[in-house]
Design a protein around this ligand. Structure first.
Ligand SMILES: N=CN[C@@H](CCC(=O)O)C(=O)O
Ligand SMILES: [Zn+2]
Length: 412
């Protein structure tokens, strides 16, 4: 099956000779592109592309005139909690009236509230609602996604969540990565015995999760009032023993030491990063760990935004992800995330798009398959509505830039 796109107004993120695995620092502002371009897809992969002026004669099963439209790699959303049982709009109201996220959590709300609801919900119902959400975000441009467990908090419920994610992996037309996040909150029955819950995760849950091949990554919410640096240290070490690389929640609410413990364990990414100073930046500079920023959660909680400029100006890569979850960011809308990144984090449109394409792919270790327009990569692409430039996507806020999605070379 060959699909040909012609007269593409701008084709973004093109790579020819030089293949990049991530983009960092000043390079993030430079977005390679071709004007008035063509692109040929064969059997789900990018076959070739170039200038219309030098387009060779070729056969295609279907040809689309992309005049006036942009083509770019689909978004790679590397941090979500897409599987959940119920929304939490009541906590949203509590916060409007002045309660903080941590206060709500201490009273048994927040993550524990989601865990209660998930325990009462069947695997089938969880799958159906998650699949619906996945279809929604795919229609907004998402072409690869990471999904966490962490609303189970018992062995059976964590396994249930991870099986739902596995089923999504099997059935969705986009790559899905799974992270094991039993260390999301201490269940009430372990409130005064943290050691017993850590033991349960390490000795009972992890061997089963790894044994069934249910997770790609080990996650933990390293934060004051949640999992300490010492807890996280043990959990990440145990994850590695079962072949799970770390990818963790760090420095959302405090300068918690989460970045340092993540880097110590060679985490693929450390995510959130509202609280980042010189020590965290220095630590990241000497690592391969990708700083992943989740401005949607900062927006929705009304807390400080992540210092993206400081991180990029230090020569580091920045990845952006939605954090789609029922508590702190009930939205998986990447175009809206791009607007926040530009208006609040002061990232340029090019930096922001790099952060959710190549760097998003890298934060899921999919940089060799996705994230740029390169020969042999998977054809998961966005064909936009008519627009002039990349900047129009974050500028046109609240609106969906997608005209058609191309996933595995198939039009949606
Ligand atoms: N910060 C921790 N975990 C989620 C929120 C989970 C929840 O409140 O349900 C997050 O990434 O923001
Ligand atoms: Zn999260």
């Amino acid at each position: 099956m060959r699909l040909l796109l012609t007269h593409i107004h701008e084709l973004y993120q093109t790579e020819t000779v030089h293949r990049r695995t991530r983009v960092a620092g000043a390079e993030m502002a430079e977005m390679p592109k071709l004007h008035n371009a063509w692109l040929l897809i064969e059997n789900g992969l990018i076959h070739s592309f170039g200038d219309m002026a030098s387009m060779p004669e070729m056969h295609a099963d279907e040809t689309i005139d992309a005049c006036g439209r942009l083509v770019l790699p689909a978004w790679c959303d590397s941090h979500t909690h897409l599987v959940f049982a119920a929304p939490r709009e009541q906590e949203f109201e509590y916060r409007i009236k002045g309660m903080s996220y941590e206060e709500i959590a201490r009273k048994g709300g927040g993550i524990l509230n989601s865990a209660r609801r998930l325990n009462e919900t069947s695997e089938e119902a969880l799958y159906d609602s998650a699949y619906e959400r996945l279809l929604e975000v795919m229609a907004q441009g998402t072409g690869a996604i990471e999904i966490k467990s962490g609303y189970g908090l018992t062995t059976e419920s964590e396994l249930k969540m991870l099986r739902v994610i596995r089923k999504l992996k099997e059935n969705a037309p986009v790559p899905v990565k799974a992270s094991f996040l039993a260390a999301h909150a201490y269940p009430l029955e372990y409130k005064n015995d943290h050691e017993a819950y850590i033991k349960l995760i390490i000795e009972e849950m992890l061997p089963r999760v790894a044994g069934e091949g249910l997770a790609d990554y080990m996650d933990a919410f390293c934060e004051e009032g949640f999992f300490s640096v010492a807890d996280t240290d043990r959990l990440l070490e145990a994850g590695w023993k079962h072949g799970l690389k770390p990818k963790i929640h760090a420095n959302q609410l405090h300068y918690s030491g989460g970045v340092q413990v993540g880097v110590k364990h060679n985490a693929v990414s450390v995510d959130h990063l509202e609280c980042v100073g010189e020590a965290e930046i220095e630590c990241l500079r000497n690592s391969n760990t990708i700083p992943t920023l989740l401005p949607g959660a900062a927006f929705f909680l009304g807390i400080q935004y992540q210092p993206a400029r400081k991180i990029i100006d230090a020569g580091l890569p920045v990845c952006l992800a939605t954090d789609y979850n029922p508590g702190t960011c009930p939205s998986g809308n990447v175009p809206l995330l791009l607007t926040m990144a530009c208006t609040q984090l002061k990232m340029t449109p090019e930096e922001a798009v790099h952060a959710v394409t190549l760097n998003g792919a890298a934060a899921m270790e999919l940089q060799n398959e996705l994230g740029t327009i390169a020969v042999g990569k998977k054809a998961n692409l966005i064909l936009t509505k008519k627009m002039n430039s990349l900047a129009y996507i974050p500028y046109d806020f609240g609106n969906n830039p997608v005209h058609k999605m191309i996933l595995n070379g198939v039009l949606y």
